[in-house]
Design a protein. Structure first.
Lengths: 523, 434
């Protein structure tokens, strides 16, 4: 075959480039330079006015701009929001069940997410029952510019369109979260170039950080090489003209294309209890408070270095983008798996980052050769008891875009008792994913809240756990630190450090989809 | 060793008694999804040999799929009740025990079924209405409920002792700690705070049948292998031509159905799963599945007997049962963690195994060569299973809070305590279990 024809064939098979102008910017950027932010939680007062405001909203896209913008705006909608915009019922029905149900309405979901006891939706300040927001408008701005930005956004129609149920303010702690650790060190690298190929029936034998775009952006193949379910519309439906074709079903228009789901959870952090407990726990096992805290987190407090040694070999999706400094930093912080720590003696099995991302591949033990693989596929060949207990992580990644709120408190200050009127502080956890149930909910349930994670028992995530008893287990408030050749050190009576104050699932539409949603209703 | 057995009784409901049966079953729960172990109908907790039990009304909402997919006239199967139990010892002993302790309650339940009258012999009637499993899986063959309780008490006692004495143990070698813990357990046993009943001898009849089965299946396979080989090309042709045209029926379940199923889940660390569906029409699929389950049953009886089913370590008991002259298949299992993690294991760890069995069912996501694709169509597969799942009205587990891995770890702890001489590395590994 002539070379030209081969090239042409390859061209034809090349997936379409992502249209960044149709993607909301937060999927691609963290807006780090825009260190001021607030999230406005709104209900719709007047559908017509809301639609009109949404049509003209200055939504920041994922295009690279020069000069970079100094402000940004992102929009998410809940199921209630879509209903109030009077989007047709059959269109709404195409969204995922967990989005339709919402974070707070179903007791089974609350059980799975650990939203029990103090975390129960009935105690939330927003997100449950009549306090489910319809719309979230996320505003970002460079230092000193947020107030003006907010004012300009709220002009025209805003008052008529929306009622504010909450304004989630954020604070900038210089890249650290309230307990004092560097935040957001590990993020999946999205395959924007669409170069990643996954084998449907094969196994990925080593952990990698490059993840298919379809895990975060709807309308693209995911890690199963499938298109995640989303609303697909008849091209004859009014208002669908500008929507893109569905790649997998060319006779349909893709309302999900370039959109995503956003999970927002307001997590109040009890920094005083955290550090006071660390001191007390450290005394009980003769260590320092920060060492215990580091074991709970899984990274060093000073620089975020992992507690396990770095891997010698490069890892896909780790330290392979950006400038030299960025690559070096990422390689120093993320080029590792827990294969070097099978007994959890360096980084406890239950530490926050080991739970959040166990860095496991599809098949344990890295078998080479057909026979070895077959043996592993049939469930044999693992000397280590825990070798195959956790799920493969590539199906369970979320992109985190959270920001802190409330004034910072150093570990030293935290040892003082709280003054009267001590303000609440915490994290507005924001996560993006294409399949809430398989990604956010799985991580939160199977890895964070589950008291049996990785063969352990009687403990949940040391930072996020709600410490509620489960059937047959009167206590879940422990934390284990395995010791080499000795019985583990076990902390008892670990208090709850985090309380859920609110939360909701939003659809983050692509720009074309937002235009459709803000036009389709009321017709 | 005491082997485990199971029964699965099915009986058609009397049309006019369905409502009565449903409220009777409901009365056995504290609330939907949480059984009252001491309920007066079947006081499960009184059965010291019982691991798991469930009562479920087999209401197949997918019965119309055969017609939709293949134009086969729909069979209206009568609504059935299924009573499923996994226990130590023989089925005869268990049935007799049921007739002794739960006679009134079971009679009330079965009176809602066709063909049962209270004057009948309950145990015999149940036996007559039992369906044998085509494949039966037991997480750990020979581990009794009594052993589970003893081993969990041992772990808790050791755990508390180790934590209370951690300072004393800090400078000891692992062998010294092991020796000290053996002494501690010895003292606790003597004072009656811990107990270890020795495993009863393996019943000779069971042992003989098991040994015969171990040899019989491979022997038959060996004998028929020339014929299987000759048939293979035709089989491949028949299989592939069907796989290329079999329709997929895997829409998402409605929100109400989803909520109904979810309302019964995630109270304990273990959940129940009951599903049923029709086989694809024709003898090819029927006999393929009969053959496959016959082989799989050999693997679960002789290979996967120690804590995991292929790569899945979270299943306590599971079974595949043919109903209605092998035209329908019932799957019932008890698994740890939430349904989403169970599905994740199905798809990512044993997708090939799920395809092997369920691709013979109507509407299953398209598979190739019996093991490829199928479950890897993640959302369709999840939709398919959820759509075939039945709400389990009553579900009992003897050891709340304990996962299959907990049971395995506890057994390994006990085994280590029973060994007087272990090397330092062995002791270190053993200590890491605590």
């Amino acid at each position: 075959m002539p070379a030209v024809a081969v090239a042409a064939m390859k061209e034809a098979q090349m997936p379409l480039a992502v249209e960044y102008a149709d993607v909301q910017g937060m999927l691609r950027f963290g807006f780090a330079k825009m260190s001021e932010a607030c999230y406005l939680l709104l209900t719709i007062r007047d559908p017509g006015a809301a639609r009109a405001w949404l049509r003209q909203a200055p939504v920041t896209t994922a295009e690279e701009m020069s000069p970079a913008p100094s402000t940004a705006l992102q929009i998410g909608l809940t199921r209630q929001g879509l209903e109030h915009l009077q989007v047709p019922e059959r269109v709404i029905a195409g969204f995922s069940l967990e989005f339709l149900s919402g974070m707070s309405a179903d007791e089974n979901r609350s059980r799975r997410l650990g939203d029990m006891g103090a975390n129960a939706p009935r105690n939330w300040s927003w997100g449950a029952e009549e306090k489910v927001p319809h719309v979230v408008v996320m505003l970002f701005a460079e230092p000193g510019k947020l107030a003006d930005w907010q004012e300009s956004v709220k002009r025209n129609l805003w008052q008529a369109a929306f009622e504010e149920i909450a304004c989630l303010s954020t604070s900038n702690l210089g890249g650290r979260e309230h307990f004092g650790f560097i935040d957001g060190i590990s993020q999946p690298q999205i395959d924007w170039q669409r170069s990643r190929t996954v084998s449907v029936n094969g196994n990925q034998l080593s952990y990698g950080n490059l993840v298919s775009i379809g895990e975060f952006v709807l309308g693209y193949p995911n890690e199963y090489n499938r298109y995640t379910e989303r609303p697909l519309l008849d091209p004859k439906d009014p208002g669908t003209e500008d929507l893109l074709q569905a790649e997998d079903q060319p006779d349909k228009k893709d309302l999900g294309r370039n959109g995503s789901y956003v999970v927002i959870r307001q997590l109040a952090q009890d920094v005083r209890t955290f550090w006071q407990y660390q001191e007390q726990a450290a005394r009980s096992i003769s260590q320092t408070g920060s060492r215990v805290a580091e074991a709970m987190l899984g990274r060093a407090i000073a620089d975020g270095a992992p507690l396990v040694p770095l891997s010698d070999v490069p890892m896909e999706g780790v330290g392979d983008v950006g400038n030299d400094a960025k690559r070096k930093l990422d390689n120093g912080l993320n080029r590792f798996t827990y294969a070097s720590d099978p007994d959890g003696t360096r980084c406890p099995f239950g530490s926050h980052i080991r739970r959040g991302n166990p860095r496991s591949a599809d098949l344990p033990g890295n078998p080479r050769g057909l026979i070895a693989k077959l043996i592993h596929i049939l469930g044999f060949g693992n000397a280590n008891l825990r070798a195959d207990l956790t799920a493969s992580v590539r199906f369970h990644r979320v992109l985190r875009r959270g920001r802190e709120y409330g004034p910072g408190l150093s570990p030293e200050q935290a040892l003082q008792s709280a003054p009267a009127g001590d303000p609440e502080r915490g994290l507005h956890f924001v996560a993006l994913n294409a399949n809430i149930e398989r990604q956010f909910e799985f991580v939160q349930n199977a890895w964070m809240a589950q008291t049996k994670f990785d063969g352990m028992t009687e403990e949940s995530d040391p930072l996020l756990g709600n410490r509620q008893p489960v059937a047959g287990c009167p206590f879940t408030n422990t934390f284990s630190m395995p010791q080499e050749g000795k019985p583990r050190k076990r902390l008892m009576g670990v208090p709850a450090f985090v309380t859920v104050r609110g939360g909701a699932y939003f659809f983050l539409p692509g720009i074309r989809a937002l235009k459709y949603l803000s036009s389709a209703g009321g017709k | 060793m005491m082997p485990q057995s199971n029964i699965l009784v099915t009986a058609a409901l009397r049309m006019d008694r369905e409502g009565e049966l449903r409220s009777l079953l409901e009365s056995m729960n504290h609330r939907p999804g949480s059984v009252n172990p001491a309920n007066s109908v079947v006081p499960f907790e009184q059965f010291a040999q019982l691991h798991f039990a469930r009562l479920v009304i087999l209401e197949d909402r997918t019965a119309g799929d055969l017609t939709a997919a293949y134009g086969v006239p729909q069979v209206n199967y009568p609504l059935c009740l299924a009573f499923v139990a996994d226990f130590d010892g023989t089925a005869d002993e268990f049935r007799a025990d049921l007739a002794r302790r739960a006679k009134d309650g079971l009679e009330r339940i079965f009176s809602c079924c066709q063909g049962f009258e209270p004057r009948m012999n309950l145990a015999e009637w149940m036996k007559e209405h039992e369906n044998a499993s085509a494949t039966n899986y037991i997480n750990w063959v020979g581990r009794t409920v009594g052993q589970i309780r003893e081993e969990d008490a041992l772990r808790l006692a050791l755990e508390n002792h180790v934590q209370a004495n951690s300072a004393n143990f800090a400078d000891n070698t692992a062998r010294e700690v092991h020796a000290a813990l053996r002494e501690f357990v010895h003292a606790e046993t003597n004072s009656g705070r811990l107990s270890f009943n020795p495993a009863p001898p393996t019943p000779f009849g069971w042992w003989l049948r098991n040994a015969a089965h171990l040899i019989f299946v491979p022997l038959v396979l060996l004998l028929i292998s020339p014929f299987l080989l000759l048939y293979l090309p035709f089989f491949c042709y028949q299989l592939r031509s069907r796989e290329q045209s079999d329709p997929v029926i895997a829409p998402r379940v409605g929100q109400a159905d989803e909520q109904k199923l979810a309302s019964l889940e995630d109270y304990d660390v273990t959940n129940q799963f009951t599903a049923m569906g029709s086989l694809k029409p024709g003898l090819f699929r029927r006999w393929t599945l009969v053959f496959l389950l016959w082989v799989l049953d050999w693997t679960t009886r002789h290979v996967y007997t120690r804590g995991q089913l292929a790569r899945v370590p979270t299943i306590h008991f599971a079974r595949w049962v043919f109903l209605n002259d092998r035209r329908r298949l019932l799957f019932a299992s008890n698994y740890d963690s939430s349904l989403e993690t169970y599905m994740d294991d199905f798809i990512n760890k044993v997708g090939w195994g799920l395809n092997l069995v369920f691709s013979n069912g109507v509407g299953y996501p398209a598979s190739r060569w019996l093991i490829l694709d199928g479950a890897k169509d993640e959302q369709k597969f999840k939709n398919f299973l959820r759509r075939h799942e039945l709400p389990t009205e009553v579900w009992y587990k003897a050891h709340p809070g304990l996962s299959a891995f907990d049971l395995k770890r506890n057994t390994l702890i006990r085994q280590g305590i029973e060994r007087s001489a272990m090397s330092e590395p062995e002791c270190r590994q053993w200590l890491s279990l605590l």
